[in-house]
Design a protein around this ligand. Structure first.
Ligand SMILES: C[S@@+](CC[C@H](N)C(=O)[O-])C[C@H]1O[C@@H](n2cnc3c(N)ncnc32)[C@H](O)[C@@H]1O
Length: 303
């Protein structure tokens, strides 16, 4: 995965950017490479530390960097409504973008703030403590770097990974699962006990609708014709059936956005669990869907 900072001089310069390209600063070669519908990304060690490891479900900064470089130009504004430990903000900073994250858990807000402080980055990226279900409440945006004149901010790109339903509450498997290992190391196994935490909703349909309502609000914060990427996964629940969360989300969000397709994020170094052996087939889910939407369904803009 070539991020902006990793492109070699031989990969082309400003002059190789097509004059009609107003989306990004990629050469044709890098543009086409990105359109392959799957990629491998395993989080390199250097972004990990004691604080970030506390969070139970992070995505790699390198993944965000690649999407941000495709869907934005330098200095544009990016939103992550489920910011967690701040991977989106760190990646945006490293790639010369500006970004706002919203996060419910005070603990992860603090983790993110500390990461940003260490990088002396507080002018261009910011984490807001708040509830993503109230994204269009002006109170959330008071004192936000991306706002002026009390208006709701308008972002150039949204990238996020919401809670995967209440899966973090479930431990399973005949071997010591990641869940149990984390608990024994004193690391978080779920986000919070808060009833506002979408990862604590028991009923699946209610969960999908709550997420749908968050993303309906995202549409009002995203500039017309701009893109949103939602990272999600299908889930095998302990009772032996698969909940197609990624596919259900795609369907619900397509009411508001125009679905453009998916890129499949493959994790190649994740440890295999021994789930069904030697009796039944149980997949080791080592891939996630990066669902790509465009804000050009103007007729269904929610009020
Ligand atoms: C999958 S994690 C995001 C992880 C993030 N991408 C990272 O790499 O650190 C989902 C996050 O959503 C947060 N969350 C849950 N309910 C929320 C809500 N109502 N508003 C804002 N954040 C919420 C959780 O605390 C959790 O940190």
């Amino acid at each position: 995965m070539a991020t902006r900072s990793e492109q070699s001089p031989n990969d082309g310069g400003q002059s190789d950017i097509h004059p009609a390209n107003d989306l990004n600063e990629l050469t044709g070669k890098h543009w086409i490479r990105f359109t392959k519908s799957w990629f491998v990304c395993d989080s390199p060690r250097y972004h990990r530390n004691k604080d970030t490891e506390l969070h139970p479900a992070r995505y790699p900064e390198e993944l965000v960097a690649e999407f941000v470089n495709f869907f934005t130009k330098p200095d544009q504004w990016i939103l992550d409504p489920f910011c967690g430990s701040g991977a989106t903000l760190i990646a945006c900073l490293e790639e010369g973008r500006k970004a706002i994250g919203v996060e419910l858990s005070p603990k992860y807000v603090q983790v993110t703030q500390q990461r940003l402080q260490r990088l002396d980055a507080l002018g261009n990226v910011q984490v807001l403590a708040g509830d993503a279900r109230r994204l269009t409440d002006p109170a959330l945006w008071q004192d936000c770097l991306a706002c002026s004149d009390g208006e709701l901010p308008q972002f150039d790109f949204i990238i996020t990974s919401p809670p995967y339903w209440n899966m973090l509450h479930k431990s399973r498997g005949g071997v010591e699962s990641t869940h149990k290992q984390r608990a024994s190391q004193g690391l978080d196994t779920h986000y919070s006990e808060s009833e506002d935490d979408l990862g604590n909703i028991e009923d699946y349909d209610e969960f999908i609708e709550a997420l749908g309502a968050v993303f309906d609000q995202c549409q009002r914060l995203l500039k017309p014709d701009k893109y949103m990427v939602v990272v999600a996964q299908n889930l095998r629940v302990a009772d032996g059936y698969v909940v197609p969360l990624a596919w259900d989300l795609q369907k619900r969000l397509s009411r508001t956005f125009n679905f453009q397709g998916e890129r499949i994020w493959c994790q190649n170094t994740k440890q295999l669990g021994i789930w069904g052996y030697p009796k039944i087939f149980v997949p080791n889910y080592h891939h996630h869907y990066c669902l790509i939407f465009r804000n050009d369904k103007g007729c269904s803009r929610p009020s």
